[in-house]
Design a protein around this ligand. Structure first.
Ligand code: FES
Length: 69
């Protein structure tokens, strides 16, 4: 499904970039999603957050998605 219609960026592309360890800022820079009209910005952030490594105090010890320090 296309998430960013301005740059034809799919949810799959965003998930792949986030799963590769890119931060939200890096995903946006790599895909350009959210850099034009901004209507997709919230959806992009949510997808990256859901797919990317866990960070902060809520990251569960031992979880494979936990970000390395
Ligand atoms: S829909 Fe993504 S920047 Fe416009």
């Amino acid at each position: 499904m296309i998430v960013c219609s301005c740059h034809a960026v799919s949810d799959q592309a965003l998930r792949a970039a986030a799963a590769g360890g890119l931060s939200h800022r890096e995903v946006v820079a790599a895909t350009r999603a959210g850099t034009d009209c901004g209507h997709c910005a919230e959806a992009v952030a949510r997808i990256v957050q859901d797919q990317g490594p866990c960070r902060g105090a809520n990251a569960c010890p031992g979880c494979p998605r936990r970000a390395s320090a």
